[in-house]
Design a protein around this ligand. Structure first.
Ligand SMILES: *Cc1c(COP(=O)(O)O)cnc(C)c1O
Length: 458
């Protein structure tokens, strides 16, 4: 039995959720053309589409919203953010922006242009987009262990440093504009990156004179994993670990919609280079607005300043990552496979194993997402062949390496009982899995089809 760490908070305000009948859900998903993105959130009971911007703010953060300073310049909330960020990351300069991809839009073109490459343990999709928009090429370089869903490795998000070195040599170090370390490694399943690995990546980059950027969306969850799994960190605080981690990079881009537990916001950090910071500020003003608000209201900045602190609380992280571990433990009991060990913000169900009778071109992970909705009103999403789409050259369906159905858990939103509902639903689905059929596409747009495509059951 996996332990559930009880919520380190009590509930002051509740948001009612509707529970439809199974018959109603069957109708709703048909009306949505079997695309979970087309469902109304009002028709969803447990929404696990994403953990981004969906967390519950604390009483303190809501109080911060009320005292936020909306001054155009020199705002008190901006000063509070500077103090809070320095306390967490240990850098000299910070620039708020409206979300993570805005930070990428400001920072990437400074380092990356036509002919350059960026090497990362794995680019998040918007990060890859901004590398490519800058004219550069994005190369992923995660350790091979990440691709094996059943083998235990404590840090499946690690950079393959030997391969990275080869890539630097192959491309010529002068053409590698940036090394990007994503913590946790979102695309590999929220998998952590070890301190030793970050340090080694940084040393290699430094020896070639290549700048290092941390894609910092889940800085606190990664620090927690280092504390729990890596030798020498058990007695260090989350903030001490975070500061050491960031000391190995020159700059960071961050979505504050994850570990800073706000609904909208982002941040750029520059370790100590005043010239680089001038460039960041100069690029922020036309895209995001004046430096002291960066695309956000003063109240959002105040909530971010508070959220950065709350996100690094050990008790919070133990409960938060404990939820994933609890869910994973229950799945072990009923024999349902997932990317193991479970990551920090989501459980990635292995639909290829559960629905092994459905081939990749009939989208097993999408079929499982639809069944979860029909069974219990749970909204998840496909991270597999359905999301991959067609080969742009041949027009043929790509076969994804994985067929994952992702259950991303919002912060401080759902309780143990909600997690039990998910497990019960999966048990029901497992028992009738042979009757579950695949899907075909009725209509699809040319790019990013998973958001708007229309499907039909086979
Ligand atoms: C969410 C995320 C981003 C993009 O941030 P947005 O706030 O959604 O724009 C970038 N990198 C990683 C690793 C993320 O998880």
């Amino acid at each position: 039995m996996t332990k559930y760490y009880a919520e380190p908070f009590k509930i002051k305000m509740v948001e009612p959720i509707k529970i439809l009948t199974k018959e109603e859900r069957i109708e709703k998903i048909e009306e949505a053309n079997y695309n979970v993105f087309a469902l109304n959130s009002d028709d969803v009971y447990i929404d696990l589409l994403t953990d981004s911007g969906t967390g519950a703010m604390s009483a303190n953060q809501w109080a911060g919203i009320m005292v936020g300073d909306e001054a155009y310049s020199g705002s008190r909330s901006y000063k509070n953010l500077m103090i809070s960020a320095a306390d967490v990351f240990g850098y000299k300069y910070y620039q708020p922006v409206h979300q993570g991809r805005a930070a990428e839009k400001v920072v990437m073109p400074i380092f990356l242009q036509e002919g350059k490459v960026a090497i990362s343990n794995m680019h998040f999709d918007t990060t890859r987009a901004h590398v490519e928009l800058a004219g550069a090429r994005a190369i992923d370089c995660v350790i091979p262990e990440a691709l094996d869903t059943v083998n235990f490795h404590p840090f499946k998000g690690n950079m393959d440093n030997a391969r990275m070195k080869e890539l630097i040599e192959e491309n010529g170090s002068e053409n590698v504009g940036m090394i990007i370390i994503t913590v946790t490694n979102n695309s590999a399943g929220g998998q952590p990156v070890s301190m030793a690995n970050i340090k080694e990546t940084s040393e290699i980059a430094k020896s070639y004179g290549i700048p290092v950027c941390i894609d910092a969306a889940r800085y606190a969850e990664n620090s927690y994993f280092i504390k729990m799994r890596e030798d020498g960190y058990a007695d260090k605080s989350i903030k001490e670990i975070a500061q050491e981690m960031f000391s190995y990079a020159d700059v960071f881009t961050m979505s504050a919609k994850k570990d800073a537990i706000i609904n909208m916001g982002g941040l750029i950090g520059v370790k100590d280079d005043p010239e680089l910071f001038e460039t960041v500020k100069a690029r922020t003003i036309p895209y995001e607005g004046f430096i002291s608000y960066g695309g956000l209201s003063g109240r959002d900045i105040e909530a971010m300043a508070i959220g950065l602190q709350e996100g690094t609380s050990f008790d919070f992280l133990q409960y938060r990552i404990g939820q994933m571990e609890y869910l994973a433990g229950k799945l072990d009991e009923i024999g349902i496979a997932y990317q193991s060990p479970v990551g920090g913000h989501a459980v990635f169900l292995d639909a290829k194993k559960l629905l092994s009778h459905i081939p990749y071109h009939e989208f097993p992970a999408q079929a499982l997402a639809i069944e979860l909705y029909i069974e219990a009103g749970i909204r998840s999403c496909d991270i597999g062949s359905y999301m991959m789409g067609n080969d742009p050259d041949t027009g043929e369906q790509i076969e994804s390496q994985f067929e994952f159905t992702r259950l991303a858990v919002p912060r401080r939103v759902y309780t143990q009982s909600h997690l039990d509902v998910i497990v019960e639903a999966l048990k029901e689905i497992r028992d009738r899995k042979d009757q579950i059929k695949g899907y075909e596409i009725k209509w699809e747009p040319k790019v990013l089809r998973h958001f708007t495509a229309k499907l039909k059951p086979l």
